[in-house]
Design a protein around this ligand. Structure first.
Ligand code: MD3
Ligand code: FE
Length: 213
């Protein structure tokens, strides 16, 4: 159905050109998502990876889907095999696919079917410096992100690293969709503040769904 009054939905916020924030969108699937996460991380544990420049990332990561995002001294890439286990990544759970496709459609990106999901784990003090997501084959696909656990500040800039950033609070259950012009905009997450989340404890988890291959 077409949305006659998009600005009147308080759960929906425009973040920029092609970028939409759907507040609380993941809450109805919370239990399924957390069960699936336990299963994934039992097969492909969180690990801190090294950047090409030799820095150990403060964010711990794992993946599910046909390919996973990895970094080491040789560069950033998507790999069908988890370099830590030598096995394919766990598959994308149905609840993940359903949420990503529905959120993308709500944001105006019909028929988005992700083939990769990067899972980030932030503990207090962890951060992700300003960057672009450029390792995916086709930038016509949006990126869908799901925030869980402790709240974070999200910095959203522009097409150039030096463009001013705007800040958004991302809270448990929020889903955001980035497509169109904003797909290649710089973004980052400053140091996670300490706190205690009622279901996840002292951490934040972020899922990003991508069309990588
Ligand atoms: C805007 N993750 O994994 S999610 C990442 O909260 C990443 O863990 C952050 O940036 C996190 O690459 C931010 C929001 C996000 C993800 C990808 C984007 C925003 C984006 C790609 C293009 C533009
Ligand atoms: Fe990113």
């Amino acid at each position: 159905m077409s949305d006659l009054f998009p600005t009147l939905d308080p759960r929906r916020e425009a973040m920029g050109q092609g970028a939409v924030l759907l507040r609380g969108k993941a809450l109805s699937l919370e239990a399924e998502i957390l069960t699936a996460l336990k299963n994934i991380t039992a097969q492909a544990p969180f690990r801190r990876m090294t950047t090409p420049g030799g820095f150990l990332m403060s964010v711990a990561m794992t993946n599910c889907g046909s390919a996973g995002w990895v970094t080491d001294r040789t560069g950033y890439r998507y790999d069908r095999i988890d370099p830590e286990t030598g096995r394919p990544w766990p598959s994308l759970p149905p609840a993940f696919l359903q949420l990503a496709a529905q959120a993308a459609a709500e944001a105006g990106y019909e028929d988005f079917r992700p083939d990769a999901c990067l899972i980030n784990r932030y503990e207090p003090g962890a951060r992700l410096s300003l960057h672009q997501d450029k390792n995916e084959r086709d930038y016509a696909h949006p990126i869908v992100s799901v925030s869980l656990g402790l709240p974070a500040t999200f910095q959203f800039g522009g097409p150039k690293r030096t463009d001013p950033v705007r800040k958004f609070a991302l809270r448990h259950g929020d889903v955001a969709v980035w497509g169109g012009p904003s797909r290649l905009f710089f973004h980052g997450v400053p140091e996670l503040k300490d706190g205690e989340h009622e279901t996840l404890g002292r951490m934040r988890i972020n899922l990003t769904f991508r069309g990588a291959l």
